[in-house]
Design a protein around this ligand. Sequence first.
Ligand code: DHE
Length: 686
Amino acid sequence: MKRKGFLWMAMMLVAVGLAACGGKPSTPSLPTSSVEIASPTTEEAFANLALEGFKKGGCGACHVIPGVPGAEGTLGPDLSQIAEVAEKRLKSGEYQGRAHNVVDYLREAIVDPDAYVPSDCNGAPCQKGLMPANLSTLLTPAEIEAIVQYLYHRPEETVHATPIETTPVSISASLLSDEEFSWAKQVYFERCAGCHGTLRKGATGPALTPDVTQPKGTLALATIIFNGTPRGMPDWGKQGFFTPEQTEIMAKFLQMEPPSPPEMSLDQMKQTWKVMVPPDQRPSQPQTGRDWQNYFVVTLRDAGQVAVIDGDTYEVVTKIDTGYAVHISRMSATGRYVYVIGRDGRLSVIDLWSEIPQKVAEVQTCYDARSVEVSKYKGELGDFTDRYAIVGCYWPPHFVILDGQTLEPFKIVSTRGYTVDTEEFHPEPRVASIVASHFKPEWIVNVKEIGQIWLVNYSDPRNPTIKMIEAARYLHDGGWDATKRYFLVAANQSNKVAVVDALEGKLVALVDTPAVPHPGRGANWVDPQFGPVWSTGHLGDAAITSIGTDPLGHPDYAWKAVREITLPGAGSLFIKTHPTSPWIWVDMTLNSDPQLARTICVVAKADPSKPYKCWEVANYGRATHFEYNRQGSEVWVSVWGTADKPGQTGEIVIYDDRTLQEKARIPNLITPTGKFNVFNTVNDIY
Ligand code: DHE
């Protein structure tokens, strides 16, 4: 495609626009420039007008735009070769909009972005509604035409525009009222800090410090917050959590310096500590006739509760108040106690041996937490079963060791330190997953932002020894291989899985994977070609990756990504199987397409080249997280609904694992997410 000079074309366009006003439009259905266009007189001025328009529209937040400082976004298509791409699309018949030539195509993309939504945005489907719909009113006609021309010309042909000033302008707190600021602060903490960090330095989601957010601007930020992205950012506006006004408040808040939250001392923790039933008043054997080892402890996220559900009868045995937006539950080594951690750092311990399971102690160990684990080791070095618990906190960045029976906290260890790669101080290295070793009295503590895996020896827990293993940023969730000797953890923003040998106490591999691995605890199975593997889904890619885990029997495949299975979409959070199952189950919970978000797939272990079957589990909500019953014959899937929509709050769907037929539904649960079967959690079966 041969194109003429930038200014020449721009002048032509203005003329076309003028002609259009005279009743002879070149593209009748698409608005072109109007008489108001004050055409700049030099190429540099015209290019600067385009750059000004890009900045005003926040275009660089989502696109790579050559010659535009900081325009490195990857949510939308790369615009470096957009004219060539548009020409191909127009010729191929793929294009479904109203434009007849490249210039009109580019203009339409700005003034009526949903007229045609391309199928490929950097490897993921482009998303309707993500490109702001109000650019035609926000930008002047002259700016729009300047942008169109800028994109139409190859970057090297564009003029030498003066770079736009990118020094962050100071966004003062006066942009928000006190009430708006407190709302945004609280909501950021509750909904956003998990992925982006309390100090907004980024982790599962990108950094949101003012140097990053201010150049993007309020419009681009608000659009992303409202619509979400195909790579896992929730569509808070579309889901009804934020109104457009609240979205704008949040977008402004993100351009301000993040407020620093308070620390928490042992004394403050102890003030929250309550023992409802002291250990000597608890039963010495199970008081229930039910198979308590087949209980499912189910997170009712927005109710701040867990439900204990009988895995044999599907009856909700009880619901217990716990912390806010409960994250996970883990069982003690004997399975008798369940430890439930809320996002607010509140830890509850439930005794399953009571006739009706009940909370026997609670304590708050931080303001923001995601993980809890117990001491599991029993062997030559002692019997630590049901002795200690450990809570991993997001804020303050520390972990806390507690008495396993009473929850009395007694040791705090800060995780602040230096990053694995650049050895820079990080003020907020949060504790992600924690697992208990089966070989030693040790916890494997994954410190997210500094990319280190800490082996914390709890044989003398007031004076713990810690071995710091270098891995990669940002460590998140993971699980054991089938032998429980190797722990595999996602370093999700490095697109890697780190493998630690818990017996030797060392890193054995950093395995490259597709974008943002998110395994939950992963899935162990035997691949017909590669032998024993551990699999993970991905938030950022429509794929399941399997990593060889058998260095003795299959050394050529060990610690390598040996198989990739393509899924219908990205946004996967959890994957699960059982040693006796013919299937691997996977979700796409955070896909921004509502149908895919409630679709699950199964892959046949006998033919893992592609999914065997995918289906929607409900006509609302998101499908998330799988758990097997004790026998391994059923799979339970959560439908994560909306707490205040009666009939659509959520439910659990139970499938026969052999036939894939639906067996039952447990309806009207408030936003069920994680489900933890006692037997499987104690024995790390996944
Ligand atoms: Fe989770 C596990 C952190 C969002 C449900 N989640 C974990 C673990 C971590 C973590 C570190 C591993 C704990 C362990 O094994 O010790 N989760 C985070 C986040 O930081 C993140 C991305 C954002 C946030 O704000 O919390 C996040 N998680 C979610 C959700 O949105 C989910 C789906 C519902 C919810 O609770 O809000 C969710 N996360 C879960 C579940 C597990 C989990 C069910 C346990 C999986 C398992 O099978 O063990």
